[in-house]
Design a protein around this ligand. Structure first.
Ligand SMILES: Cc1cc2nc3c(=O)[nH]c(=O)nc-3n(C[C@H](O)[C@H](O)[C@H](O)COP(=O)(O)OP(=O)(O)OC[C@H]3O[C@@H](n4cnc5c(N)ncnc54)[C@H](O)[C@@H]3O)c2cc1C
Length: 373
């Protein structure tokens, strides 16, 4: 259970030095205090990170990992809340509690947003010299390497511009490559697993920086084996040769399908995972939850598995909408919905609101602690 983090301007000022302050002093004023996270998430709600840094490059990240280990961040199974460490990507699948996060939040910076498509020359040099971003056996002009913070729509468009096919589905998903690997994001009949050959991962806990093949990532439906202390740094995709004009047509079709079927505004895409053989949206609609509103958050009337937030909204309102949807769907159809959105900073008591009491579903805790529901 996390101790709610009190922002500095609350009634009880949180003015003691943070346990990470001395360990991360080398970052200077780039280590930010009480950094609001709402602006970094597509919901545009949520509290502040007690400490936050945008990481420039791999050597800085290795130094941060060493400092965190020295500060005791990874000692014991359940570290103190102030010693917790989280990574965020483009915040398009995240709900951060209004109480904020008491530990450290890392976000990879522009140095991790590169996209590289190997031409045949590069592929020849690949044989004599290992590639910079990984050690995959894949060769040839159909290899795309992208940094973890590369935006999925940009990667999709660049792949089509290079006459590659297989990644068009990602054009409407506003996340990063790193977040997409972690979630095994997908849509339109494809997912990351379909083209990913491997990823470069830094484990903050062990300091190990290594190439991990797709098989070892255990990618499943919105699932991977990547733990919260492991950072994807780069990924490599193997795509088929395609026709550029056909690819552009496919991109346009996907963008217009999304405009027609999904709401705009502040949201984080699908809130709940589809239960086997069914659709969360259908179940939510059948339970009469379309348009259900609590305070600043509402089930979309355009797509029932989306929740939209008002400007200056509240994460606790989103959680309450989720809880009411779970209860109504449970009562109506007997199905326990499970969140696809990653919940950060909520107490066990708050998270328990997402359990439908009469569920016969086995353990909900088969994923990482961040995604236990
Ligand atoms: C309008 C809209 C439409 C969407 N449509 C889809 C869709 O069709 N299909 C789909 O699958 N998703 C969809 N999403 C959800 C979301 O875009 C994806 O899950 C995306 O892959 C999340 O990436 P992110 O960078 O935003 O990750 P975040 O939301 O920032 O983080 C998500 C998780 O990934 C982890 N993470 C982030 N970066 C890294 C990293 N570098 N290394 C390790 N872990 C990391 C975080 O710790 C967190 O656990 C949609 C969202 C929106 C807002």
């Amino acid at each position: 259970m996390t101790t709610p983090h009190r922002p500095a301007d609350s009634a009880n000022p949180f003015d003691s030095a943070h346990p990470f302050d001395s360990a991360l002093a080398f970052l200077g004023d780039r280590l930010r205090v009480d950094e609001p996270l709402g602006a970094l998430c597509t919901y545009r709600v949520g509290g502040a990170a007690a400490r936050f840094v945008v990481v420039h490059d791999e050597s800085e990240l290795s130094r941060i990992a060493e400092a965190l280990a020295q500060a005791g961040a990874f000692v014991g199974e359940a570290p103190q809340a102030e010693l917790s460490v989280h990574v965020i990507g483009r915040g398009s699948n995240l709900l951060v509690a209004d109480a904020g996060l008491p530990g450290l939040v890392l976000q990879l910076g522009d140095g991790f947003a590169g996209i590289e498509i190997l031409d045949s020359q590069a592929s020849e040099s690949h044989e004599s010299q290992p590639p910079k971003l990984g050690e995959s056996d894949q060769q040839g002009s159909n290899i795309l390497r992208a940094g973890a913070m590369a935006s999925l729509p940009v990667v999709a468009r660049k792949s089509v511009a290079a006459a590659l096919t297989g990644f068009e589905w990602a054009v409407g998903v506003p996340g990063s490559i790193g977040g997409a690997v972690r979630m095994n994001a997908g849509g339109h009949g494809a997912d990351m697993a379909a083209s990913l050959t491997g990823v470069h991962v830094l484990d903050l806990e062990t300091g190990e920086n290594r190439w991990v093949t797709t098989a070892a990532l255990e990618l499943g439906y919105r699932h991977s084996s990547i733990r919260s202390t492991q950072l994807v740094l780069h990924a490599e995709l193997h795509l088929a040769s395609g026709d550029r004009a056909l690819g552009e047509q496919r991109l346009a079709e996907i963008v217009s399908w999304r405009r027609e079927h999904q709401p705009g505004g502040h949201n984080a895409g699908s809130v709940f995972r589809n239960p086997p053989g069914d659709s969360a949206g259908r179940l939510i609609e059948a339970a009469n939850c379309r348009g259900l509103r609590v305070g600043s958050a509402e089930v979309s009337t355009k797509h029932s598995n989306f929740i939209q937030t008002d400007s200056d909204g509240s994460a606790d309102d989103v959680l309450e909408v989720m809880a009411q949807v779970v209860a109504q769907v449970g009562k109506h159809s007997g199905v326990q919905l499970r969140a696809e959105t990653v919940l950060l900073g909520f107490t066990d008591e708050q998270r328990s609101r997402l359990r439908w009491p009469n569920t016969t579903t086995p353990s909900l805790d088969d994923d990482s602690s961040e995604q236990a529901l």
